[in-house]
Each structure stands twice: as C-alpha cells, then as structure tokens.
Ligand binder design. Structure first.
Ligand code: FE2
Length: 441
C-alpha cells in the first residue's frame, strides 16, 4: 500500500494519483489557485481513488453555497460505493463529509478529531476541522485542536510550518498576540507562500493597532498573491482596514474596485458570488460609508448576488452582509425574504445559531439602513455577547459592533454608547475611542 507525503497509508496503487492528491491537500491548506485542478489530476490518474472522490464532494461543500449541496451529496454517494477499497481512516473522512452535508457540523468535527487522535499528521482532517471551528467562532477549540495534533508532527514533517501558522491563527483569535506573531512570522519565513501565516500576522497587527507595520507586512508579502485563490481578496481587505485606520478612507474606493472587488479578475469571474468575497466587499463598503464615503452604485451587484442567495444557510456570518447589501440597494422586500429564509434554517448545528444570532444581526442591518436606530439596538444589543457564534474573526465581526455603536449614537442612547465602547475596548489592546470607526462615538 502506498503512503502519502506524511506517511499515512492511502488506498490507491497509482503513485501519480497519490502525488496529485498530496499536491491538492497542500494547495487547499495554502489557498493555491490550482487546488481543484490537482484533484482532477488525481481522479484522472485513478478514477476509483476513494479519497479523491470524497474530496471531489468536499470541494462542493467547501464552496459554502447551497446550490452545490446536491452535487456534493451525489459525490459522497458515489464515494461510498468505493469504500471497500478504503482504509478505516479514509472511511472516517467520508463519514465526516456526510455529516457536513447533513448540516451536522458537530458530528463532522468529532469525526475529524477522531481521525486526528490516531493520525495527527492527517493534514486534511486538521485543516477541515480548523476551517469549521473558525466558521463556528470556536476559537479555543480551533487552537486546542491544532496544539494537540502538532505533538504528532516533527519539524521536518512536510507541511509542519503550515500547521504552525494554524496554531498562530488560533492563538491570535484567543488574544495571545506575541506567541501568534512569532509562530506565524517564522512559518512565513520558511514558506513565503504560506498565506494563512501571512494572514495570521496581519490579524495580530490589526488587533494591536500596529497599522503601519500591518500595511508594510502585507505589502512585503504581496508575492503570495501570485498563485493564490480568492483568499487573496481577503488579504487585500485586511490591508484596506489597516489603511482605513491609519489614513482614513481616501483612495480606498479605488482599492475596492481594483484589489478587493475586481470584476476583471479571472478569480472573481469564476466565482462571482463566493461567500468570503461577498463578506469582504459588503464589509468594506459599509465601513467606507460609515466614514462618510459615497460608494456610488457599488452595492447593486452585491445586492444581485445577495438576492440570488436568499434561503442559503451554508454560512451564517455571510447573512448580515447579504442583508446589508439588499437594504443598501433599497431592496427591502428582498431583505425581508432573506430574513424569512434565515428564520427557516433548520440544520442541526447552525439552526439554533441562525435563529438566535444571525436573525437579529440581519434585522439590525436592515433597521440601520432604514435609520430605525432604536429598532437596530433592540435587535442586536441583547445578542451582542454571543456574536462570536456567527463565526469568523474578531476583525470581521467588528463590523457588527460598529453598526451597533453607530445606531446607539444616532439614537442618542448615551448609556448604550458608553457600555458598548467599554465592551469594544475589552476586545483588543487598543481603546475603542482611539480607533477611527469609533472615534465619533
Ligand atoms: Fe482575516
């Protein structure tokens, strides 16, 4: 039986298929543009390769787009027919993906963790668990999971520096900034194309208010954009936040058009409604408007994408961004439909979070656009301490805190403003009053 790049037994007897699969895993972990192509090569070399078939369905799930769910389920059903050829570890991967397709993310995570307990160098299981902990907002688990698995890695195990970057990001979200920065800088020095490591350092510098350092860091590491997938737009979004803090919004609309939401980019053309791209774009437009910029007709295309995604409960953090886009473009009837769709999300893991947190967040976004400040406060204030359950990072969720503080300020609710400014300050080393988006409050 052949062994993969990290010494785990793989159920293909075709070395070319396994090499392409290993390359695919590396590509997935480093946000490489050719990840899907590499998977195609693995399947071409060995169409019956169980893990490659599991991951083909996994790619459809990773799009976090409801329109790809049936394709994912069909792919998993096909992979199941090949399960006899698979070993126990690989079959657990299928079970995890099946749980994911059913919306049972807790079961999927338990299954990936059970793989990691026996096979800590299963990089795919490790990264998929990291991904889901992130989108569930479970920072402590995101960190613990990597720390536990890393004990099974040696410094020369292929991909070890990428795992260090994953730990770095977990530490950053848990507020352990110096440790996070050290780990991630070391990892990026080892592999300049470790985009998650570049990203982890950017987060540290954002949280610590080291805006000039952050801009310099992202500029120095622009080489990693060359073969990146759409994650590169998240890096340029981060640079925009740093720039916004340092110099204000001047020039950032042009940055938005050419570097964050660049419609001429083949990446955007291939995936025009990718969830993370929609988040980045809506989040930046809202933050620019908040600082007085007229963003012109830019909400319209986002509202088009949002309207087409009504009823899609694949990723909760995306939803308030979609509500923002619809409301900003004046499509309040569509925003109401979106909200009805959020209320209807009934998948096992996300259903309760959709009802409890995503729903009031979407309502608040719409109320804010309508100038209904008191209603926006009434929706968001009671759930603000639970916003982490929407997933994503502190830096991303800050958008909702800005919206809430702005509503409180405009409602003339001084007590709410004071309370919120203390709470926002507690979330990072820099006091809220010293940060541009909160300065006026
Ligand atoms: Fe980020």
């Amino acid at each position: 039986m052949l062994k993969d790049r990290r010494g785990l037994e793989a159920s293909t007897d075709n070395p070319a298929a396994l090499a392409a699969f290993d390359d695919m895993v590396d590509g997935y972990v480093t946000f490489h543009v050719d990840t899907t192509k590499r998977l195609g090569e693995a399947l071409k070399a060995d169409p019956g390769f169980f893990m490659a078939n599991v991951m083909k369905a996994g790619m459809a799930l990773l799009s976090l787009n409801a329109k790809n769910l049936d394709r994912a389920k069909a792919g998993l059903a096909h992979a199941a027919t090949l399960a006899e050829k698979a070993n126990a570890r690989e079959r657990r991967h299928l079970e995890a993906m099946q749980a994911w397709a059913e919306g049972d993310l807790d079961r999927a995570l338990r299954t990936w963790e059970s793989i990691l307990a026996l096979h800590p160098t299963d990089l795919l299981a490790l990264r998929l668990a990291h991904f889901h902990y992130f989108w569930l907002g479970r920072s402590a688990r995101m960190l613990d999971s990597v720390v536990a698995a890393r004990r099974g890695w040696k410094s020369d195990t292929p991909g070890a520096s990428w795992v260090a970057s994953m730990e770095a990001f977990g530490r950053e979200e848990c507020g352990e900034y110096p440790e996070a920065e050290h780990l991630a800088r070391e990892a990026v020095a080892y592999d300049p194309n470790d985009r998650w490591g570049v990203h982890a350092v950017a987060h540290v510098l954002e949280m610590q208010g080291r805006t000039a350092d952050g801009i310099a860091w992202l500029d120095e590491n622009q080489g990693c954009h060359a073969q990146a997938n759409n994650f590169l737009f998240h890096l340029t979004w981060h640079r925009a936040l740093l720039q916004l803090e340092q110099d204000g919004p001047d020039g950032l609309l042009a940055w938005y058009d050419t570097r964050v939401r660049d419609h001429s980019s083949p990446l955007v053309q291939a995936l025009p409604d990718l969830y993370i791209d929609l988040q980045n774009a809506a989040s930046l437009l809202w933050r620019l408007e908040h600082l007085g910029v007229d963003v012109g007709p830019r909400w319209k295309e986002l509202a088009d994408k949002a309207e087409a995604r009504i009823g899609d409960g694949s990723n909760l953090f995306t939803l308030p961004h979609l509500a923002m886009a619809l409301a900003a473009d004046g499509r309040f009837a569509a925003a109401d439909k979106l909200i009805d769709g959020v209320e209807a999300i009934a998948t096992p893991t996300l259903g309760p979070v959709a009802a409890g947190i995503a729903l009031p967040s979407c309502r608040a976004a719409v109320h804010h656009r309508r100038g209904e400040w008191k209603e926006a406060i009434a929706a968001l204030m009671p759930v603000r301490a639970e916003l982490w359950r929407l997933g994503a990072s502190h830096a991303q969720r800050d958008l909702l805190w800005q919206l809430l503080v702005d509503a409180a300020k405009k409602a003339g609710d001084e007590e709410a403003v004071s309370t919120l400014m203390v709470e926002v300050t507690a979330m990072r080393p820099v006091p809220a009053a010293e940060r541009r988006p909160y300065a006026s409050a």
